[in-house]
Design a binder for this molecule. Structure first.
Ligand SMILES: O=C(O)CCC(=O)C(=O)O
Ligand SMILES: [Fe+2]
Length: 198
């Protein structure tokens, strides 16, 4: 899984114009996470969700759904089911990659619904940087001229952080939802200001 995600990072690095090696090297040593989700059948599935709407705080998610559907992604304000295919992975961008690419790549909002008949399992590999690695966009993404069509490039969207701190934020202070990265950025800025005042 780690190898597959590093290969995908080569493609993403190429697409961002920072070269194949930059992101592969960034994630070469990684503190990634593997999680098995289990959703038992639910008698009143319309009253609940297996996993509420969220973007993964991690960098890249490689997910395998069993044969039971449940994953949905939000596109243009509408939820779309992702048909399970035992021969395929679902790959999505997480918040840490959104910060690393200075907002050029967007993390993907998704949720999982349950059903009344069949239990569902999904297996997720979350690529994460090494705990202490500073998440900061590569210079190439910041120094493009300001007359560049894409103004995402010229100014910083998110503060620098270490993955360790973002992970701790989502475990101790904030349950991942639709606004995790913004909430974390505000929390970090506040913390940095408090430290500066001391
Ligand atoms: O079970 C699924 O399909 C989605 C699980 C998920 O979003 C997660 O583990 O972060
Ligand atoms: Fe998720």
């Amino acid at each position: 899984m780690s190898n597959l995600s590093l290969n995908i990072m080569e493609i993403l690095g190429d697409s961002l114009g920072v070269g194949k090696d930059y992101l592969r090297e960034f994630f070469q040593e990684n503190d990634s996470i593997m999680r098995l989700n289990y959703y038992p059948p639910c008698q009143q599935p319309h009253l609940t969700l297996g996993t509420g709407p969220h973007c993964d705080p991690t960098s890249l998610t490689i997910l395998h759904q069993s044969r039971v559907s449940g994953l949905q992604v939000l596109v243009d304000g509408k939820w779309h089911g992702i048909r399970p295919d035992p021969n395929a992975f679902v790959v999505n961008i997480g918040d840490t990659f959104m910060a690393l690419s200075n907002g050029i790549y967007k993390s993907c909002m998704h949720r999982a619904v349950v059903n009344s008949r069949t239990a569902r399992k999904s297996l997720a590999f979350f690529l994460c940087p090494r705990m202490d690695r500073k998440v900061t966009p590569p210079m190439e993404l910041l120094v493009r001229s300001s007359d560049d069509d894409d103004d995402h490039c010229s100014r910083r969207r998110y503060p620098d952080f270490a993955w360790r701190d973002f992970l701790e934020f989502t475990q101790k202070h904030y349950r991942a939802d639709t606004k995790t990265l913004d909430a974390f950025s505000d929390w970090l800025r506040q913390k940095n200001m408090d430290n500066h005042d001391e």
